[in-house]
Write a protein that binds this ligand. Structure first.
Ligand code: UT7
Length: 333
């Protein structure tokens, strides 16, 4: 039976560090509020002269390929999770394919926000299990900073998000690496965390109107309290779903990597599962919420720090816009 395994993982974040203290100079907020409510101390914002979603993804991919000992030319398929693609269309997958110089391999974009990387991983896993591809590049990359409302009006979201990219090389294996993935959505809450524009839901005259740029439809809207309440419930459900599907117990998790939405959410899940600090990886303090980038960036850093070792069981879990939520249980091979 065919399985997939993560052969290598990499990440790239922009150089520019934006501290809470810096944000406090441009909007009415402060380090104490941000630290206490989110755990974030700083995040990275791109340099528009230099960074794009696709080129950050290319840097993360090269690191992942190098660590996997796989040449870029061996990659047969790209699955690219982002809600902030370089263009409205086409997606960033084809731009990455071009950056890596990979002629005519397929590239698919996944637009499931914070759950995007797990959706992409699951998609790649299915293609490998059917035998269609043997080596797939799975990406989560995001530029949120340039869409943020960096005024006091937008402070509820402006202090949370950051930019960055992560990549994984998924390859066919006779031993199970990706043990299971579980994906969910509930579109009743689509407008509780969304960016409306440039959506097609507006009538013709509005879509054509130059004033559309003056609306807040291009900015992230989030009903933070409601999202928080759903997040803590769905995270637990989807982690338990992963454990049940594998006949595993929470004690068997060697490392939990939750999507980095809010340190309070991670701490809540940790407490509910009764996991010690060393079994939960968080880096939201340094990067904020990088949406689809958050899980692969965290996984790559955890691996660098020696916190992911051969044969360990890694649990990934995410919740975000849609609402969507997802988990993956992985044996590191
Ligand atoms: O990644 C996708 C999934 N996303 C999430 O899971 C995010 C879930 N939600 C959250 O993380 C939290 O709801 C937030 C961090 C977004 C907000 O934290 P909160 O504890 O829910 O705060 P709040 O929105 O209820 O606001 C509390 C107070 C308000 O003032 P009043 O009305 O009590 O006077 C806000 O105006 O804090 C105020 N506030 C701020 N103050 C300083 C909101 N944002 C800020 C800010 N700085 N940046």
């Amino acid at each position: 039976m065919l399985h997939s395994r993560i052969a290598g993982i990499g990440h790239h974040v922009p150089e520019r560090i934006i501290t809470n203290d810096y944000l406090s100079t441009i909007i009415d907020t402060n380090d104490d509020w941000i630290t206490e409510r989110t755990g974030i101390k700083e995040r990275r914002f791109i340099d528009p002269e230099k960074d794009t979603v696709a080129n950050m993804a290319a840097k993360a991919s090269r690191m992942a390929l190098d660590r996997a000992g796989v040449k870029a030319e061996e990659i047969e398929f790209i699955v690219f999770a982002t809600i902030t693609s370089d263009y409205y269309f086409p997606g960033s997958g084809v731009l990455l394919q071009r950056e890596l110089g990979l002629e005519s391999i397929p590239a698919m974009d996944i637009k499931n926000a914070c759950s995007g990387f797990i959706y992409a991983l699951s998609t790649a896993d299915q293609f490998i299990r059917t035998g269609m591809y043997k080596k797939v590049l799975v990406i989560g990359a995001e530029i949120q900073s340039t869409a943020l409302d960096l005024t006091t009006r937008g402070r509820g979201t402006a202090v949370i998000f950051g930019d960055g990219a992560g990549a994984a090389v998924l390859e066919a294996s006779d031993q199970p690496g990706v043990l299971s993935t579980h994906l969910h959505s509930d579109g009743r809450f689509a407008e509780e965390l969304y960016v409306k524009d440039p959506g097609s839901s507006r009538p013709h005259e509005e879509r054509q109107a130059e004033q559309i740029l003056d609306t807040s439809g291009f900015k992230v809207y989030m009903n933070g309290n409601l999202v928080f309440k759903h997040a803590v419930v769905r995270f637990m459900e989807v982690i338990n779903e992963a454990l049940d599907a594998n006949g595993a117990t929470k004690e068997e998790i060697d490392l939990l990597i939750p999507h980095q939405a809010n340190l309070r959410i991670s701490n809540y899940i940790q407490a509910k599962l009764g996991l010690p600090d060393e079994k939960v990886y968080n880096n939201i303090m340094r990067y904020g919420n990088t949406t689809a980038g958050s899980i692969p960036i965290a996984m790559s850093e955890a691996w660098e720090e020696g916190k992911i070792k051969e044969n360990q069981v890694i649990c990934l879990a995410a919740f975000g816009s849609g609402f969507t939520w997802a988990s993956a249980l992985i044996r590191w091979k």
